[in-house]
Design a protein around this ligand. Sequence first.
Ligand code: IPM
Ligand code: MG
Length: 356
Amino acid sequence: MEKKIAVIRGDGIGPEIVGEAINVLNKVAEKFGHTFIYDETLMGGCAIDAYGDPFPQVSLDKCLNSDAVLLGAVGGPKWDGVPKEIRPERGLLRMRSSLGLYANIRPTKLFPQMKEACPLKPEISEKGVDFVVVRELVSGVYFGEHRSEQVNGQEKATDIMAYTEEEIRRIAHVAFRLAEKRRKKVCSVDKANVLATSRLWRRVVSEVAESYPNVELSHMYVDNCAMQIIRAPHQFDVIVTENLFGDILSDEASIIGGSIGLIPSASMGSGTLGVYEPIHGSAPDIAGTDTANPIGTILAAAELLRNSFDMLTEAKAIEDAVSRVLDDGCRCGDIMSEGMKQVGCREMGRLICEAI
Ligand code: IPM
Ligand code: MG
């Protein structure tokens, strides 16, 4: 197959980790007889420097003309002072909404080789950790009105959180369809004891559940969920939640796997075009030092092959290669533990290519 991939390396460690993911994709192309054509484009701080805009039209056009998008990470202290309308994060949010990527899928899994790095007590992690956070990505408070005004001599700030039935319904379907392929449990997370959006969320998710009689639905308040993820993570299969809650819970969940550096993320809309990225940030403090962990981005490339190109065997080949390199005791700095062999970003990428 011949496929076109828009590549956004971004800022900080983005270029390094994406470079390794591309090496891995090239290895897969060679082994399985595919051609991947890469179209490099800018987003975030580097796009502000080049165009004065964190997600210029040319970048959007390149994404729309591709079969999938591979993304590193954006932002850094260099752009802390830019006006809020053009902050690097704004580019990311605009990309999500202009590509219609309403579903963000973030798995949390404890690799058996990573037990040492898991911060939970063994009696908790031993029961198994394997769940997915399905986060609504283009609505809620992220995309409501943000306002600041002077009221009675002091500044008052307002952020609006809004959801429509349809926005909830479509993300609920994503969660149920995913659960059907897994352990058939959906936990819908909200704050229905306080928020109107959450009461609507609960009603709509419950209605959608009627179309999936073989999937068990439960509801949980977000504060309790934050606790349960640490106290008894084995109870979760698919968690579905709104944008801000999903942002917070997915970071919390990521550390159970040992490091945020290991977790991929897929953002999908109604078609096959998706954006694939690691869930961590641009880590400007270690940029250019060849110490970043490329595994999250490499696993994101595997998700890209699986979700957007339907290349299931190829995706599995990448995941198995990552597993074998971990089995061999190779670790980047963030997941280093006693008795293991520490390697840099480039070496980790090379080892994974070799294992493929
Ligand atoms: C994420 C990030 C972004 C978000 C930031 C960088 C705007 O934290 O992808 O989780 O909040 O969605
Ligand atoms: Mg986040």
